[in-house]
Design a protein around this ligand. Structure first.
Ligand SMILES: Nc1ccn([C@@H]2O[C@H](COP(=O)(O)OP(=O)(O)OP(=O)(O)O)[C@@H](O)[C@H]2O)c(=O)n1
Ligand SMILES: C[C@](O)(CO)[C@H](O)COP(=O)(O)O
Length: 231
């Protein structure tokens, strides 16, 4: 019989350099209405009914800057700061290595998805508690075509989901999956866990939970944060 879940964690991955954003500092530091993106993201998890323990994964070169910014903005949310890795996979692995307790839930979330809702976070924890895996995703709103060489063919969009984060798992599943050697196909946690043999459950996300990737995304995120109701 499986053991009851004892605790929840949120691993916020912020170890990237944001090459597509082309900003001086990694994009997770860019301010939205004056505060770094990452602060909004962390606060979204503080609102969760699962009260997760928060682990922030950040390249070691930026730990000093982050500590300074927390002081400047009176950002007092308790979290553990750990070093990022060469790829997102390695950053997540560093966080998993820090979590030694058994029978816990681990949500992995991109630091650059600050508009994630409490509803999506909690639905993902609940789904993972029940089934072991939970990946937040939205249906494609556009028609979809598969391109091959000089031609293309339509695909039934009802079967196409665009994957977001959080991606939440029972710790034993996630830990075992991340013992696999790195593969370039591992673009998210679902692909790693799936490769280890587990079935991935999808949880309905929202279109506003987009990943800040390009400069124009900053304008959109600021506009949406203005309108966002309190969590
Ligand atoms: N070595 C890495 C690379 C990425 N990430 C994190 O994974 C999330 C999603 O990655 P992406 O949007 O691709 O971020 P970057 O790698 O920073 O961006 P780019 O690909 O444009 O360089 C981000 O929160 C990013 O900080 C990470 O923790 N460690
Ligand atoms: C994890 C992710 O955000 C899910 O959509 C995405 O796979 C990250 O991809 P990127 O290549 O790092 O932008």
């Amino acid at each position: 019989m499986s053991q009851p879940i004892s605790k929840a964690y949120a691993v916020i991955v912020a170890g990237g350099s944001g090459t597509r954003m082309q900003s001086a500092l990694p994009k997770q530091f860019i301010p939205l209405h004056g505060r770094p993106i990452m602060m909004y993201t962390i606060e979204a998890f503080v609102a969760s009914g699962y009260s997760p323990e928060i682990i922030l994964v950040l390249h070691a070169d930026y730990h000093g800057l982050w500590t300074e910014l927390c002081n400047v903005h009176n950002f007092a949310v308790k979290h553990t700061l750990i070093a990022g890795g060469e790829t997102r996979f390695h950053s997540v692995k560093n966080a998993i290595d820090q979590i030694t307790d058994k029978n816990v839930l681990i949500a992995v979330h991109d630091a650059v998805r600050p508009l994630v809702s409490k509803t999506a976070i909690d639905k993902a924890y609940l789904c993972a508690e029940t089934y072991g895996t939970a990946v937040v995703a939205v249906k494609s709103r556009d028609s979809v075509r598969h391109a091959s060489g000089t031609t293309s063919a339509s695909i039934d969009r009802e079967s196409i989901y665009l994957v977001q984060t959080p991606q939440t798992f029972k710790s034993d599943l996630l830990r075992a999956a991340y013992t696999q050697p790195y593969n370039t196909r591992f673009t998210d946690d679902a692909s790693v866990v799936e490769c280890s043999g587990a079935e991935i459950k999808l949880v309905a996300g929202s279109y506003t939970n987009f990943k800040i990737t390009f400069p124009e995304d900053i304008t959109i995120a600021e506009a949406l944060i203005n309108k966002k109701p309190p969590a």
